[in-house]
Design a protein around this ligand. Structure first.
Ligand code: E4P
Length: 218
């Protein structure tokens, strides 16, 4: 499973990159508004920090023509830009055109398997079902992702599925169990994935016992 970090904060991206952990970055207008920088400055910094990894930047226009124009401009910011397009009828028109132009797209705000089927048929590079937001309203986000994966398998659709809106480590574990292509994970959840109290307790005991045994660093 590929791991994307779901943030626009450069310090978080740098840390996750230093750990050798990330395969991509996803942002959205909310995350960019939390970056503490003007959006374009933040976006350029991210693109330069991970020049070989896909970075999703979202359009804000709501018309197909507007989204296409915005996507073409955003694409000029870096060769690793992926255009995030909301799942609307206008967004779908934009996805079709952009796919034909070879511009990578990530169809976002997906909440049903039929939305994902359509995005896949139109040639989206990625599709982002929001599992946390579905769980919030009493649905099963993981079940949606499983359905999308099955539908893509049925029809040989090559669009990669990004499990988005991940809230906690158990979401990540369940995504890995069902074999989703990618999970885009908030930085704090990535940190939590790396921690286990028994590892810390175990290490501390080994260090104490090494001293007792007189073991020295060679
Ligand atoms: C996806 O790409 C979105 O940026 C993100 O996962 C949304 O998550 P949220 O529901 O926590 O806002």
């Amino acid at each position: 499973m590929k791991i994307f970090v779901d943030t626009a904060k450069i310090e978080e991206i740098r840390k996750a990159k230093d750990w050798g952990l990330i395969d991509g970055v996803t942002t959205n207008p909310t995350l960019l508004s939390q970056s503490g920088k003007p959006w374009k400055e933040a976006a350029l910094e991210i693109l330069a920090e991970v020049p070989d990894l896909p970075v999703s930047l979202e359009v804000i226009d709501t018309t197909a023509q507007g989204m296409i124009k915005e996507a073409r401009e955003l694409s000029k910011l870096g060769k690793n830009v992926v255009i995030k397009i909301p799942f609307t009828t206008e967004g779908l028109k934009a996805v079709k055109v952009l796919s034909q132009e070879g511009i990578k797209t990530n169809v976002t705000l997906v909440f049903s398997s039929l939305q994902a089927l359509v995005a896949g048929k139109l040639g989206a590079t990625y599709v982002s079902p929001f599992l946390g937001r579905l769980d919030d309203i009493g649905h099963d986000g993981i079940l949606l992702i499983e359905e999308i994966m099955r539908i893509y398998e049925n029809f040989g659709i090559e669009t990669e599925v990004i499990a988005a809106s991940i809230r906690h480590v158990d979401h990540v574990r369940r995504c890995a169990l069902i074999g989703v292509d990618i999970a885009t994970i908030p930085f704090k959840v990535i940190e939590q994935m790396l921690k286990h109290p028994l590892t810390d307790i175990g290490l501390s005991k080994f260090i104490d016992d090494a001293k007792k045994a007189g073991i020295q660093i060679l």
